[in-house]
Design a protein around this ligand. Structure first.
Ligand code: GTP
Ligand code: MG
Length: 607
């Protein structure tokens, strides 16, 4: 018993000393001791992991003209990654095969394809109440500066971002408030702008908007609201109780002044709220942006609000030293829904365990998880295929002249596996199919060793086209739902939720400023091109396994027939895409046969 115990503790001692070896500097001192450690740790020190850890925020701030972007593009990452690989590869290349990886060798990138976000432009700074003070000038003139303009919110679609998860976490993005004005006529400085960086293919749709100026205008048009009670032409008896209508929330008082010592009569009419000039460049409300191209300039979403006016603005003959200034305006807030319309250039569609993730790893530097069980992949992984500029560059077809810049990369999305009845939301069901819809072209990945390849392809197409049918019905129902007016146009009132026209003319209290977010609207589903019109091809994988050749030939013959029109298109649609249907036999795990895929993809994407 005691001996057994001793042996046990010895074993544990040995493992703990192993642990010690692997977690200290020992391998550097005694490299011969720990080859296994190198093999396993190379996965952890792999540059791709560094890349994911150094996640940068998609939001950048700018002050005075230039955004401080710290963005590192994917292509940069890849070049640094390959440089790093060269330095590490002289350790032991063969021990580390990224196509059949050990369990810890994967990175899970979080992924979100729709999210809602509130963007809030910066409020304006307050005006200043100040008076010149100098020797021998006892009561100097007013010299308070104006408040600064609030920061604006910009958006820009760039290559390299593939997911909205960083934005989804934030919930609200606020630009900085303008600074308050100061004495000696010093104006407040502007608030910092904020740039939101989104992937190419993002669609921005507005759910609600709270624009304080628009609301002010609404009130003004109705003859109620700021300053209207001060107008000379308003009949005395018609005026409601002035003290209630006076916009206390709009004015700043000189420090030490008791509010009750002011009556509203002491105040001039409140100046009309000013708008930032940038508002003119804002896209019209409600926002509907389809950012399907990389943008070289940011686009303004919400302009910052203007600052308040300093007390010199209110100097009159009767009030030479006004002890008040106005507050800055509140910033516009817009609640938007961001959704990815385009996830990647190529979407890998296949049954679970077909080898999609392995194929992605073979084609790109992705470290997506691979396992010999169904549903290894639970969220899409996007990898980039970089096309070499000089050597091995795939043929760029004749229409390269049309593209201003030749294509240097394309992206592939590895999507979770699809099972039978996925369109009824089985397995990862509809969520999965939504991703299929968002790829520019589809690559059906079929496991040659798992039975009839033709049947597998047909089953995949059946699910995809069933889903498409459901979606079409949903879209039709939605368009019918919106009852058009006489002109056949749907009239849209962006602000109806926040100011209703038959609002009781209540006096405006300060509580009004603390507004609850207006009730959101349900957005109709995104209109996307039909799946069956997308180019597609088949990747017949696991071709290294025995007895897969006949299966492949049968598949090839089937595709030829479909292309010639002798067989029905597997989607069941008459005008489905079938210009050139090809099947590529590959062994992803040995990286054989995959070289031709980039060329094929480029041909289909640009063709
Ligand atoms: N022999 C052979 N095995 C392969 C090949 N490609 C993938 N496999 C193996 O097939 C299994 C499944 O591979 P995955 O890449 O995880 O499959 P998947 O389609 O991504 O699976 P899900 O994420 O679950 O949908 C793994 O054990 C791979 O090693 C291949 O070309 N040849
Ligand atoms: Mg997978």
């Amino acid at each position: 018993m005691a001996g057994h115990h001793a042996a046990g503790s010895l074993a544990s001692l040995r493992t703990s000393s192993n642990l010690l070896l692997s977690s200290t500097l020992t391998p550097f001192l005694y490299p011969c001791l720990d080859i296994a450690w190198q093999a396993s740790s190379s996965a952890w020190s792999s540059p791709s992991r560094l890349r994911h850890n150094a996640a940068h925020s998609p939001i950048y701030r700018r002050s005075h003209g230039t955004f401080h972007t710290v963005s590192s593009r994917r292509s940069d990452n890849i070049s640094t990654a390959s440089q790093l690989d060269v330095t590490t590869s002289n350790v032991d290349v063969n021990q580390y095969d990224h196509l059949d990886p050990s369990p810890p060798d994967y990175s899970s990138a979080p992924f979100t394809d729709t999210c809602t976000l509130t963007v809030a432009a910066g409020a304006g700074g307050h005006g200043c109440i100040s008076f010149l003070r100098e020797k021998y000038i006892a009561h100097g003139p007013a010299n308070g500066g104006d408040g600064g303009t609030g920061g604006s919110i910009y958006i820009q679609a760039v290559h390299g971002e593939t997911s909205l998860h960083k934005l989804a976490r934030r919930g609200i993005v606020k630009a900085e408030r303008g600074r308050n004005g100061q004495g000696s006529m010093r104006g407040g400085s502007r608030g910092e702008d904020v740039l939101i960086v989104v992937p190419v293919g993002t669609v921005v749709r507005e759910i609600w908007r709270h624009d304080p100026l628009e609301e002010e205008d609404g009130r003004h048009r109705k003859g109620r609201g700021f300053g209207s009670d001060m107008d000379e032409d308003v009949e005395g008896e018609d005026r409601p109780d002035q003290s209630r209508k006076w916009r206390r929330d709009k004015w700043l008082l000189y420090p030490g002044t008791l509010p009750k010592s002011f009556t509203s009569a002491d105040f001039p009419a409140l100046p009309r709220p000013r708008r930032n000039n940038l508002v003119a460049t804002q896209p019209p409300a409600p926002l509907r942006l389809d950012l399907d191209k990389p943008m070289d300039k940011p686009l303004l979403l919400a302009a910052g609000a203007m600052g308040g006016l300093g007390n010199p603005h209110f100097v009159t003959k009767s009030v030479p030293r006004p002890k008040y200034a106005t507050k800055g305006e509140d910033g516009t807030r817009i609640h938007v829904e961001l959704s990815l319309k385009l996830l990647a250039d190529v979407g890998l569609v296949g049954l679970p365990n077909a080898g999609k993730s392995t194929l992605l790893r073979a084609l790109t530097r992705s470290r997506t998880r691979v396992g010999n069980w169904a549903f290894t992949t639970l969220a899409p992984n996007v990898g980039t295929v970089v096309l070499d500029n000089y050597k091995g560059r795939p043929r760029i077809s004749d229409n390269s002249a049309i593209r201003s810049t030749p294509r240097t990369n394309f992206t592939i999305a590895d999507i979770p596996g699809l099972i039978e009845d996925a369109h009824l939301d089985r397995g990862l069901g509809l969520g999965f199919l939504r991703h299929v819809e968002r790829a520019a072209m589809l690559a059906f990945v079929i496991d040659l060793s798992a039975g009839d390849a033709v049947k597998a392809l047909q089953a995949l197409w059946r699910e995809v086209s069933e889903y498409e049918k459901i979606r079409e019905e949903q879209l039709n129902a939605d368009t019918e739902h919106q009852v058009p007016d006489e002109n056949g146009l749907v009239t849209f009132r962006p602000f109806e939720s926040s100011i209703s026209p038959d609002l009781d003319p209540e006096p405006i209290d300060e509580e009004d400023l603390v507004l609850d977010p207006p009730v959101g609207r349900e957005l109709p589903p995104l209109a996307l091109p039909p799946i069956s019109s997308k180019p597609w091809f088949v990747v017949a994988t696991k071709a290294d396994l025995p007895e897969t050749q006949e299966n492949f030939f049968a598949l090839q013959a089937y595709l030829k027939k479909v292309q010639a029109g002798a067989e029905a298109h597997p989607s069941g649609k008459k005008n489905a895409w079938k210009r050139t249907l090809s099947a590529v036999p590959v062994s992803a795990i040995r990286k054989e046969g995959v070289e031709g895929i980039p060329e094929l993809v480029i041909g289909l994407l640009d063709g």
